[in-house]
Design a protein around this ligand. Structure first.
Ligand SMILES: Cc1cc2nc3c(=O)[nH]c(=O)nc-3n(C[C@H](O)[C@H](O)[C@H](O)COP(=O)(O)O)c2cc1C
Length: 365
C-alpha cells in the first residue's frame, strides 16, 4: 500500500519534471533544481579533524505500530538490529570515519501513515515551519566536520533538518550532506543545506537509493575517499583496513592537457589496466562530454543519478564514459553513472571545445 502511494507521489513529481529525448547513446537527464556544492576544497588530513555524523530518519521519529518490520515499511532496514534507511548510511560513515553519531529528534513524533506524513510535510514546507527538536547535550563546537544525513522528502530536506541547521552554529566547519531516496535523487536538498548551514564549505554529497543502502558500504567508502575524509595515504588505512590509492592521470584534448585522478575501485582498476584510453566524445547540455568505449567492464555495480563537476564516470546502460564539467539547471540524470575518477584542473576549458572531441586518458607523465 505504501509503495503504491509513494509511486503515485513520484509519478506526480515526474510529470512536473522535464525530460529530453535523445539518440541511442545519449545520457538523458531530468531537471529539478540546481545543486551547488564546492568541489575543490580539501579537508586537511589532520588528526584533530573531529567528525560528527548528524542524521534524521523516519525511524526514530515515528510512532510505528509495535509489529512494524522491514517487510511492512520501506523505511526500515533489519540487519543485526533495526535501522532507518538514512541511519544505516550514517552508521556506515561512522564505521569508516570513527565520528560521533547524533540523531535529529523532533519533540512531536511523525505519523506512521505515509499519506498523512506527506501532507504534514507539505504543510511544514509551505509554512516554513521548523519543528521543535528534543533537547540534547550535543556540543557542536567540539567538531570540525559535520555530515548531515536525511531522507529526501518532496525532493528536498525534511524540515527537522532545517530546524537543526537553524539551531546549531556550523560557521567555520566543513559540512557534508548525504541522503537516501526512492529513486529521484537528491533534488534541491544540497542547495537547501548549503543555504541553511552557513558553513565555511559544503562538500560534495552522496545520494543513495533506499534499495541500494544495504549493499552501499563500498560506494560510501569510495565517496569518502574521493572527498578526502578518509586517507589516501597508502601507509594509513581506514577503519576497515582498506587502502585508498588514487592514480594521477592526464586528460588530453588536442593541445590541451588536463590533470586528473583515477580512483581505487574495482571498476576504476579496469580502466587503469586499459590506459591510455581514447574515446570519441560529444558535448551534451553545456555540462558533459560522453562517448562509447570499446570494452565492457565487469565491475559496474552501484551508480548514481547526480554528478559533481569534474567527475569522470562510467555508465553501464550505454557502455560509455563521461566527463561532467558544469552544473546546469539539469542536475539529475536518468541513467546511473559510476564515478571512476576526477578532473582536477580548471574545467572552464571545456567551454572552448568543439562539441566533438577525441579525448585521451593516460597515466600522468
Ligand atoms: C513524506 C515523504 C516524501 C518523500 N519524497 C521523496 C521524494 O521526493 N523523492 C524520493 O526519491 N523519495 C522520497 N521519499 C522516500 C524516502 O526519501 C526514502 O524512502 C528514504 O530512503 C527513507 O529514509 P529513512 O528510512 O531514513 O526515513 C519520501 C518519503 C516520505 C516519507
Amino acid at each position: 500500500m505504501k509503495k503504491t502511494q509513494l509511486l503515485a507521489l513520484f509519478l506526480l513529481i515526474s510529470v512536473c519534471i522535464s525530460a529530453c529525448g535523445q539518440s541511442q547513446k545519449t545520457i538523458r537527464h531530468v531537471s529539478e533544481e540546481v545543486t551547488t556544492t564546492e568541489t575543490e576544497t580539501v579537508i586537511e588530513q589532520k588528526e584533530d579533524n573531529r567528525i560528527l555524523i548528524v542524521y534524521f530518519s523516519r525511524y526514530g521519529n515515528t510512532d510505528y505500530p509495535e509489529d512494524v518490520d522491514a517487510t511492512t515499511s520501506a523505511s526500515i532496514i533489519e540487519d543485526s538490529g533495526t535501522f532507518g534507511t538514512t541511519e544505516y548510511v550514517a552508521r556506515i560513515i561512522q564505521d569508516k570515519t570513527g565520528g560521533d553519531l547524533h540523531l535529529i529528534e523532533t519533540v512531536t513524533p511523525y505519523t506512521a501513515d505515509f499519506e498523512e506524513l506527506r501532507d504534514v510535510n507539505h504543510n511544514e514546507m509551505a509554512e516554513n515551519f521548523l519543528p521543535e527538536l528534543k533537547e540534547s547535550d550535543l556540543d557542536i563546537s567540539e567538531y570540525d566536520t559535520v555530515f548531515i544525513g536525511f531522507p529526501i522528502w518532496a525532493t528536498d530536506v525534511p524540515q527537522p533538518v532545517l530546524s537543526f541547521l537553524n539551531q546549531y552554529d556550523l560557521s567555520g566547519k566543513t559540512v557534508i550532506p548525504f541522503c537516501t531516496h526512492d529513486g529521484y535523487g537528491a533534488g534541491s536538498s544540497y542547495a537547501s543545506v548549503q543555504e541553511a548551514s552557513h558553513a565555511d564549505s559544503v562538500r560534495d554529497g552522496i545520494a543513495i537509493e533506499a534499495k541500494d543502502v544495504p549493499g552501499a558500504a563500498d560506494l560510501i567508502q569510495e565517496w569518502l575517499s574521493r572527498i578526502q575524509v578518509i586517507t589516501e595515504n597508502p601507509d594509513e588505512t581506514s577503519a576497515e583496513g582498506v587502502k585508498n590509492e588514487i592514480l594521477p592521470i592526464q586528460i588530453v584534448v588536442g593541445d590541451e592537457i588536463m590533470e586528473g585522478v583515477l580512483y581505487d575501485s574495482p571498476l576504476a582498476d579496469e580502466f587503469r589496466e586499459k590506459l591510455p584510453i581514447s574515446v570519441s566524445m560529444v558535448g551534451y547540455g553545456g555540462r558533459e562530454y560522453y562517448g562509447g568505449i570499446d570494452f565492457t567492464p565487469e565491475n559496474a555495480e552501484g551508480g548514481q543519478l547526480h554528478f559533481e563537476n569534474g567527475d569522470i564516470t562510467y555508465c553501464s546502460t550505454n557502455n560509455s564514459m563521461a566527463i561532467f564539467y558544469a552544473q546546469t539547471d539539469r542536475p539529475n540524470l536518468t541513467m546511473e553513472v559510476i564515478p571512476i575518477g576526477k578532473v582536477i584542473s580548471d574545467l572552464a576549458v571545456f567551454d572552448t571545445f568543439s562539441g566533438n572531441e577525441e579525448i585521451t586518458f593516460r597515466v600522468a607523465e
